[in-house]
Each structure stands twice: as structure tokens, then as C-alpha cells.
Design a protein around this ligand. Sequence first.
Ligand code: KDO
Length: 335
Amino acid sequence: MLNFTRRAAIASVAALGLAASAIPAAADGHKMTFTLATSGSESDQRSVAMAEVFAPMVAEFADYQPGYNGTLFAQGTELEAIAGGNLTMSIASAQELAQFFPEFSIFATGYVHQDAAHQVRVFNDPLMDPFKQTVEDELGVKLLSVMYLGRRHVNLRQTREELDVQTPADLAGVNLRMPGTDAWQFLGAALGASPTPLAFSEVYTSLSSGAIDGQDNPLPTVVDQKFYEVTKQIALTSHLVDLNYIAFSLETWNNLTPDQQLTVQRAADAAAAYGRLKQLDKENNLADFIRSQGVEIYTPDLEAFRAHVQAQYVGSEAAASWPEGVLERINALGN
Ligand code: KDO
């Protein structure tokens, strides 16, 4: 359930009707403007998919206006911006949604999603209906599609000679940057590290200065953000097969005609599918390039990581918020 302070904050912002002009006037037939905020770069495959697939498909009735690198709204503030009528869309995370609705932490739990196809089966399964409905009812946000971000791995400044990561015990005391929300910090600690909250936009400079020992992102992000310039190893923990949701303003959605709604839904699904294929291709072909930049890549003791991480969730406050039977259903949808 949404805790009172957050619900009150959302209600007050929405009630103020701030930036009502951000809500496109579809009814009078004028072209709308769909603004999108992401902390990702313009070259990130999810951004590319939205610009090259989603935007053209809705161009008949909406202009697409993206803001990259957290320039429109800082990472983690996009959902409240949508709820307040100040933004149309974001590439949201389950971890951000879990700040409002703790039960979303199930989709941010280490070693649960098995691969990109599993993510799609879970998102399209009836188990998701109550989750989607809650986000619409309490946040005014519609989750259109699931995007594939990739397998997250531990990426460190230390060389393997300095720190060989085989089990979670090897990460004891390592200052591992994780994104700022509780679900991310929990995962960082579950890996055995000492997690530090830090915005995505600060990661490169903090690695370069040594303010942090490492970060965890998929290989395509390591390349897109040039983290290979300021790190020396990647332990392929694959601790989270990570996802994002294409989040859309429910108020904007309700202003669309049925045909426009169908087009927006199809455009989101097409962009998610395109981005997934491109991200998988990058993910499967970047290791040699990263190695050529002086970064050692190796596979640790995956069973040790899986067992330790999953044991941290058993009996946790996060797990207590998961609706009965959902984890079993997610596992049943696996391979
Ligand atoms: C990150 O901050 O490490 C993260 O990967 C978290 C994701 O949920 C997502 O916000 C992502 O950043 C951005 O889309 C930038 O890639």
C-alpha cells in the first residue's frame, strides 16, 4: 500500500494541476506533445528504440520530445513528475515503483527473472494485472510495456589481482555504487558489498576519482557510459536480469481516442521489442571489446552468489510485501 506521506504528496501535486499545459489537448484535435524523461543517454538502446520506433508510430497525432541524461527530471523523480501532470512518459524501474508500492520489489529481486523472454512472459501474465491497476489507481501512471535493460554484473576499479571476486565474501567492504532507492541498496548489500546511493549521472566521475570502488550495470551500459575507461574488472554475477517499464501518463492516455490508444500501445510494444533485440545483440557481442580496453571479465561462483543473495530476501521486509503466490507464478513462467 502507498504510505500516507507519499500518497498525500502525490495528491497535493496533482490537485494543484501544476503545468496542466503539459497535458496535451487531444480533444480539440491539435497535435499533442509526448515528453519523455530518462537518465539514460541518447545512444542507449532503449532511448534509440523510443526515438526510432515509438516516435514515428505516434507522429500523426503527437510530437515526441525526449530529455536524456536526467536533464528533464533527475533519476528517480520521473514518476512523481508524471503523477503531477508535468511529464508524459518515462523509462521507469521496478525499484522506483517499489518506493511507492513495496510489492514491486519482487521484480527487482536478485536472481528471479531468468532472461529477457521471461520478463515478457511475466509482464504479460495476469499476475501483473493488480500491479498495473495499483499504479494507475494510485499514481496515475499506465505501464505500457516492459523493456530489457540487461544482466547486471559487478564492475570494479580494482584489478583482479587486487581483488578476485569469487563469492559474496570477496565483496565485503567494497564500496559498490547502487542506484538510490531502497530495493537497489538492499540488492547491493545482498551481494555482500557496502552499497552507496549515487545518481547514474555521477557514476563515471565517482569511479574516476575513486569515490566509489565499483558499480553494477549491464555490459552495453559499461560501453555506452565508457565505464571501461575507469574500471579494471567485471565479475559476471548476472545478479539481476534488469528491466524497465515504458510508463505513460494515465491522464494523457484517457485523453486519447480509442484508435490513438491502440497506436500508442502498439508503438510501445514495438519499441520495447526493437530495443530488446538490439540490447541482447550488444550484450552478446561486447565482452571482447571491453577486454580490449584493459578490463578483465570472468565468471565467479554463480551458485554461491545466487544462494547468498536469495537467502537475504527470505524473511525480509521486501518479501513480506509480495502478494501470495506471485513468486511461485513468476518461477513457473521461467524456463
Ligand atoms: C542505474 O542507475 O544504474 C540504472 O541502470 C538503473 C535503472 O533502473 C535505470 O534507471 C538506468 O540506470 C537508466 O535508465 C540509465 O541506463
